[in-house]
Design a binder for this molecule. Structure first.
Ligand code: NAD
Ligand code: IPM
Ligand code: MN
Length: 350
């Protein structure tokens, strides 16, 4: 098949990890007789430096035209002045909104070889297999903002249709997995959470085969570490999903391990690791590229419908982990490029 992939390396380690994922996708293409074209564009801090705009119109137009978007990370200390007029992160938020990718999937699997890099005990990590469905285009991220010398506000708003579409996606995924959905909110305090709770309850009537439970976010932050294997699909609003999924990275051993797929009702999906630009290790060849490579696997699955190829990439990643060709964050001494090359080699060998 032919596919156009918009490539947005962004800032910091984004450049290093996307380069590896592109090499893996090229290997997938030559192995399967596919033709993938990559078109690289600026986003985030790099786009501010070049154009004064974190999401230049040419980047957005290219993403809308593409079959899928593969993104590294945006941001960094250079652009993080709290008084700055424009920030790299606005580019990413603008892209998510413009593509309408309201459902952010963040799967969390624990590889037995990496258990020792988690602060949790082995027995807690057995059988951990989670899927976060994070609402991505609403809530505190997208409400009106005000700022004066003495005060600041972030409007926190959700509408029923926004909640319904995210909840339906989550119920559908739960149905295809272990039929258990945990909805996380702060309904004891927030009005938006009470709207989420009643809307999720209503949608649940269409999914009587899925067991639904509600959990308050503060206790969920603890339960995720004390009994992670008891959860299956976790659906939650934008901000809670952001925080809990980084917390869940501690189960997988490193933030660098976790991929994501952002989907909407349109054809274009956005694929990125869940981590940021990691300024502390950027440019040193230390970044773990596996989260981005696994995001490329999700791209093959959800945007290109290439399920066998997606599985092949996952199997190649598993074998590289078993073999121990890993970056420092997961106990290895391989460079970013060496890990990427090892995945490519494992893929070609299959
Ligand atoms: P971060 O995710 O960049 O880094 C947190 C810690 O995890 C750091 O110690 C870093 O070295 C480590 N880490 C992250 N990715 C890694 C990888 N692939 N391999 C090994 N270690 C890795 O979070 P931060 O430091 O809070 O944020 C830095 C910048 O990144 C900020 O400007 C933030 O806004 C931005 N950010 C962007 C995205 C994105 O583009 N999707 C996501 C999160 C943060
Ligand atoms: C993420 C990041 C982003 C978010 C930032 C960079 C806007 O933390 O993708 O998880 O909060 O969504
Ligand atoms: Mn985040």
């Amino acid at each position: 098949m032919k596919a156009d992939i918009a490539l947005l390396p962004g800032d910091g380690v984004g450049l290093e990890v996307t380069a590896c994922a592109v090499e893996v996708l090229r290997a997938v293409a030559s192995r399967g007789g596919h033709e993938f074209q990559f078109h690289e564009h600026l986003i985030g801090g790099a786009a501010i430096d070049a154009h004064g705009d974190p999401l230049p119109p040419s980047t957005l137009a290219a993403c809308k035209r593409a079959d899928a978007v593969l993104l590294g990370a945006v941001g960094g200390p250079k652009w993080s002045d709290p008084n700055a007029k424009v920030r790299p992160e606005q580019g990413l938020l603008g892209l998510r909104a413009a593509l309408g990718v309201y459902a952010n999937l963040r799967p969390v699997r624990v590889h037995s070889e990496l258990v020792r890099f988690s602060p949790l005990k082995d027995e807690k990590l057995r059988n951990v297999d989670l899927l976060f469905v994070r609402e991505l285009t609403g809530g505190a991220y997208f409400g009106a903002k005000t700022r004066s010398a003495e005060a600041a506000t972030d409007e926190y708003r959700y509408t029923t249709p926004e909640i319904e579409r995210a909840a339906r996606r989550a119920f559908e995924f739960a149905r295809s997995r272990r039929r258990h959905l945990t909805h996380v909110d702060k309904a004891n305090v927030l009005e938006t959470s009470r709207l989420w709770r009643s809307t999720v309850e209503r949608i649940a009537r269409d999914y009587p085969d899925v067991k639904l439970e509600h959990q308050l976010v503060d206790s969920m932050a603890m339960l995720l570490l004390t009994r992670p294997s008891t959860y299956d699909v976790i659906v939650t609003e934008n901000l809670f999903g952001d925080i809990l999924s980084d917390e869940a990275a501690a189960l997988a051993g490193s933030l660098g391990m976790l991929p994501s797929a952002s989907l909407g009702d349109g054809k274009v999906g956005l694929y990125e690791p869940i981590h940021g630009s990691a300024p502390d290790i950027a440019g040193k060849g230390l970044a773990n590229p596996l989260g981005t490579i696994l995001s490329a696997a999700l791209l093959l699955r959800y945007s290109l419908g290439l399920e066998a190829e997606a599985k092949a990439v996952q199997v190649a990643v598993d074998s590289v982990i078993a073999h121990g060709t890993l970056t420092r964050d997961v106990g290895g001494n391989a460079s970013t490029k060496e890990v990427g090359a090892a995945v490519q080699k494992a893929l070609v060998k299959q």
